[in-house]
Design a binder for this molecule. Structure first.
Ligand code: HEC
Length: 135
């Protein structure tokens, strides 16, 4: 009986995992990340470019890179930032809008790039899956 229950449980979990939000594909995400490379490095100890190095970014709090000069807009939101998957997904759709929401006033992010809309949802999920592997 216990075995049966845990089986049912595992099945339920598997179901919510696929319906709640599709897991991204890290290999595809690595390709999508080429677009980010104009402004970001990802390897450990990589230099900051226009944007900060993104090694280990998933799970970080705001403004964690002490050697990067974040924009004023970013810094107004920084103490509310926690870069979990949902936060990065929202940020990528419209960085300034996301920071404005957290800051409680209209601010601008220095990141001008967007992966906006439903059509880009897979790209975002894939690139986030890739970011998760870089830690
Ligand atoms: C045109 C340059 C540019 C591109 C392209 C770009 N970014 Fe950024 N990104 C920035 C800048 C600049 C910042 C710093 C934001 C600020 O200070 O307002 C940033 C910040 C970030 C942050 C927050 C980092 C931190 O330390 O808090 C994440 C996460 C991020 N970018 C992910 C991405 C991803 C993923 C892509 C590709 C899909 C991407 N960016 C493409 C310029 C860019």
């Amino acid at each position: 009986m216990i075995k049966l229950m845990s089986l049912a449980c595992a099945a339920a979990l598997a179901l919510t995992a696929t319906t709640a939000h599709a897991e991204g594909d890290a290999a595809k995400g690595e390709r999508t990340f080429k677009k980010c490379k104009a402004c970001h490095t990802i390897e450990q100890g990589g230099k900051n470019k226009v944007g900060p190095n993104l090694f280990g970014i998933v799970g970080q709090h705001g403004a964690h890179k002490e050697d990067f000069k974040y924009s004023k807009g970013y810094l107004k939101a920084a103490d509310k930032i926690m870069w979990d998957e949902a936060a990065i997904d929202e940020y990528l759709q419209d960085p300034s809008k996301y920071l404005s929401k957290l800051a409680g006033e209209k601010v601008r992010s220095k990141m001008t790039f967007k992966l906006k809309g439903k059509k880009k949802a897979d790209d975002r999920a894939d690139v986030i899956a890739y970011l998760k592997t870089q830690k």
